[in-house]
Design a protein around this ligand. Sequence first.
Ligand code: GLY
Length: 375
Amino acid sequence: MSPRMSRRDFVKTSAAAGVLAAGPAAAQAPAVASRSARPVVVSSANGNQYKNGGAKTCVQEAFDRMVKGEDVLDALIAGVNIVELDPLDDSVGYGGLPNGEGVVQLDASCMHGPRKRAGAVACLEGVRMPSKVAQAVMDQTDHHLLVGQGAQDFARQVGFAIEDDLNTENSRQQWLEWKRRLDPSRWLDPQKRSEESWRVTRELMAEGRIDPSHVYGTINCNGVNAKGEVCGVTTTSGLAWKIPGRVGDSPILGAGLYVDGDVGAAGSTGRGEANLYGLSSYLIVENMRRGMSPKDAGMDALKRVKAATIEKRLLNSKGEPRFYVKFYIVNRKGEYAGVGMYARQDGKDQTFAVCTEKGPETLNLEGLLGEAASE
Ligand code: GLY
C-alpha cells in the first residue's frame, strides 16, 4: 500500500494541486471556467487497496488508461472492475456481502460528463461487474435505471453471463453467522429489528469478521483528464444483510453519484439512506457550481446529513450520527477532496484514494467531526 499522508500534508497537496491545475493567472477564475485540468482519479480507499491478483489498483489502472487517451468513463470502469472482481473486497461485486436472504444483490451507476449521459442498475443478481451493465444501460437504452429481474434480463440480452450465485465462501459464511445470531422475534418490530441487526453487525466487526467500512460497502471512483472531461462511477453490494429489494444511494443519480461535465463529480460510500434523503452528491456538485472548493462543498453536505439525523436509533452516545458517510469529489480543474463524517473511526484514520502523475496514494480524509464516539 502507498504511504499515507497526514491531514496537513493532504491539505497542502490539494491546495498545490489547485494552483498547478489552474496556473497563477487562472487561479482567480471560478471553477467552471477552466478548460484544462490536472488529470486525477479519486476514489474510496478500497480503490488503492485491491488488485485482484494483478499489478495495479483501481485508481492506478484508471489513471494510466485516462492519460493514454482512453475515454474517462471507460478508464474509471476498468478501474472499478478490478475491485468488483476481487473476492477479497466483500463490499462490491463478486463476493459482496449478501442481503438478508443470503443473495448478493448489486447496485451501480455511471455518469459521463461530456456526453451528458447516465446509466444505472439496482438489485441486480448474477453479474459480477454491475458497473458494466450500468454503462450498457447508458449506451444502449433511452433509460437511466433498470432494476431487479428487468436489469438481469437486459444484461443477459446484451451479452453478460448470468451466474446463479455471486457469494464466495467468505460472504456466505459471514451471512450464515449473522443469521445464526439473530433473534427471530426481531421481525415483529421494525425498531427492534434495526437495533438487533446493528448489534449483531457491531459484534461481527468487533470480532474482526467483517471490515467496518464494508458494512455499507461500495467503491466510488471519479476522474478528470487533461481536457477537463469529468466522469464518475459507483458500484456496490449495498448494505450488508439488507432487506431483499432495498436500493441504496449508489444507483440513484444525485445520491451516490453525480457528475456535471461543466462543474465536477461527487460520489459517496457509507449509509445510503442518508444520501438518498439529502441527494448529497447533487448538492456537492451544485455547491461547486456556485464556486465552493471540493472540500467546502463536501463539508456542507456532511453538515446537512448531520442536521437531518435526529432519530435516536441513528445517534451515538454523543448525539452524533452513529454511521459513516464519505464523499470523493473532483472539480473539472482537477482539484479534489475526500471528506467524511469522522476523521477517525474505530480507532483508525479514515482514508481515500487518489492517483495523479505522482502515482497512487492513500490519503487521510477531512472529517466534519473528529473521532467517532463508541456506541
Ligand atoms: N452506500 C451504499 C449503500 O448504502 O448501499
